[in-house]
Write a protein that binds this ligand. Structure first.
Ligand code: KIV
Ligand code: NA
Length: 275
């Protein structure tokens, strides 16, 4: 199985890292079979699986449940699990305890947390305790309430400077990897060149060490709004609607089930039944 060391080597060798999210056993099994390098059990599950309109309502229990399912589906792939809203901001004890549950109970190989200044000490202490930490900067969806919406980050020189600084700080604190979300491609390229840890981009251009996409966005499964940075490689929703629509029609017209789908009784048993 690939590890944090593999990902660092991949960066050194200019070999791109392909990350995708998964939330349950079948999606995990399929993305593993497709050859992804690493799976992210993202708290985006709140939006794409649980139907919330942000990631704020997602709980640690949700992350544990879904990580366990992913783990059963993809036994040979490195799994990163998001620490959800406000599970790594109060005491270090609570942060440690939550990370312990995600790794020891759920089976994650690493945890991911959003932010900069406020969580630097958490990144450092988790890493020192043996927890591989993936940092997430740029657009950080758990802060949607403070940011007032989902926008590209680091577009002006001050914002960009801050992001470069924050990136260095998370690396210095011990982060194993950095996810950059919705930042100008020029800025992501700069950060990629200055840091030795792998930079995984989403809406951050092609000059990062790898990419991550949300599974449901990538396969076109059930999503309404599709952000600019998403490439939909297929439209599984259309396939599902067509198949289920056909099923409904065949039920209504008594064309399903067919002969090959049914069970029968022997004639002598039927005769006995009718007496
Ligand atoms: O929750 C998630 O899916 C993420 C990725 C978009 C990076 O954090
Ligand atoms: Na996330």
């Amino acid at each position: 199985m690939k590890t944090t060391a593999t990902f660092k080597t991949m960066k050194k060798n200019n070999e791109k890292i392909a990350m995708v999210t998964a939330y349950d056993a079948p999606s995990a099994k399929l993305v593993e079979e497709a050859g992804v390098d690493v799976i992210l059990v993202g708290d985006s599950l709140g939006m794409v699986v649980l139907g919330y309109d942000s990631t704020i309502p997602v709980t640690l229990d949700d992350m544990i449940l879904h990580t366990k399912a992913v783990k059963r589906g993809a036994k040979n792939t490195f799994i990163i699990t998001d620490m959800p809203f406000l599970t790594y901001h109060s005491t270090i004890e609570e942060t440690m305890s939550n990370a312990r549950l995600l790794m020891q109970v759920a089976g994650a190989h690493a945890v991911k947390l959003e932010g900069n200044g406020a969580v630097i000490d958490k990144i450092e202490q988790l890493t020192k305790a043996g927890v591989p930490v993936v940092a997430h900067l740029g657009l950080t969806p758990q802060s949607v309430g403070v940011m007032g919406g989902y926008r590209v980050q680091g577009k002006d020189a001050e914002g960009a400077k801050q992001l470069i600084e924050d990136s260095k700080r998370v690396e210095d604190a011990g982060a194993s990897m950095l996810v950059l979300e919705c930042v100008p491609a020029e800025l992501a390229k700069l950060i990629q060149g200055q840091l030795s840890i792998p930079i995984i981009g989403i809406g951050a251009g092609v000059h990062t060490d790898g990419q991550v996409l949300v599974y449901h966005d990538l396969v076109g499964y059930g999503n309404g709004h599709v952000p600019k940075f998403v490439k939909q490689y297929t439209n599984i929703s259309g396939t599902i609607i067509e198949a289920v629509g056909l099923y409904v029609k065949e039920v209504k017209e008594a064309q399903f089930p067919e002969e090959k789908h049914i069970f029968s009784m022997k004639n002598e048993e039927l005769n006995r039944l009718y007496g």
